[in-house]
Ligand binder design. Structure first.
Ligand SMILES: C[S@@+](CC[C@H](N)C(=O)[O-])C[C@H]1O[C@@H](n2cnc3c(N)ncnc32)[C@H](O)[C@@H]1O
Length: 203
């Protein structure tokens, strides 16, 4: 399946944003919600994880540091190159794929215990959200988990295209049990009150 996207959401457009300078979505650190998750008493056990729209890969690197076997995917070349350099500098072994997420299956179907979502869902055309949900469902093993930081802002337009907990439930519930879907308490200041952390288990 190849997604049809408006030109502003193409790989070339995202690459241009990276080339133009520091991307405004790039936190320069893992999402605080993931830091809390992996240091919590009920932290998920390390396993095979795929980071979708990984960007420069602060989350992917963090999960790899915590013992996860990470595949990071982005269709823009610059962030993948940056991720390659960072992982080599830290002597971490990540599988890096410069690819459209919607072209990952069927090859990688059922290969992952976890999918990692952080501002990829809000970066794709909202009309593709049902395809995104089906993709994540396909990538995961049964009982595999989507670990997600959803950008739940309510401004019009995008990217980033906001979502709401009700939409997340409506889209994912056909395939997933919602283990957790709650406001993030420790967002960076610029995203305060506009993020929900989700832990969604594939049926
Ligand atoms: C807002 S950025 C987020 C990057 C990273 N997750 C972060 O939080 O810093 C969205 C990323 O998704 C990538 N992306 C968007 N649509 C994609 C697609 N269909 N396939 C692969 N990557 C995609 C973009 O190139 C960009 O790096």
């Amino acid at each position: 399946m190849t997604a049809q996207t408006p030109s502003s959401l193409s790989s070339a457009a995202w690459e241009q944003r990276y080339q133009e300078g520091t991307p405004r979505w790039d936190l320069g650190q893992p999402a605080p919600a993931f830091q809390s998750l992996l240091t919590a008493a009920d932290a998920p056990q390390p396993g095979r994880a795929i980071a979708l729209g990984a960007g420069r890969g602060h989350d992917a690197i963090f999960f790899a540091q915590q013992g996860f076997e990470v595949t990071a995917v982005d269709f823009a070349p610059s962030p993948i190159q940056s991720l390659r350099e960072q992982s080599q500098a830290q002597q971490l072994s990540l599988n890096l794929l410069q690819k459209d997420i919607f072209d990952l299956t069927p090859d990688l179907a059922g290969q992952f215990d976890y999918a990692i979502e952080h501002t990829c869902f809000c970066a794709i055309d909202p009309s593709l959200r049902p395809d995104y949900v089906a993709l994540v469902a396909d990538l995961l093993v049964p009982k595999g988990e989507l670990l997600a930081v959803f950008f739940t802002h309510q401004r019009s337009g995008g990217p980033p295209f906001g979502t709401a907990p009700a939409e997340v439930r409506q889209l994912f519930e056909p395939y997933f049990d919602i283990v957790t879907l709650e406001p993030v308490a420790n967002s960076v200041p610029s995203r305060h009150g506009e993020e929900h952390f989700g832990r969604l288990r594939r049926r």
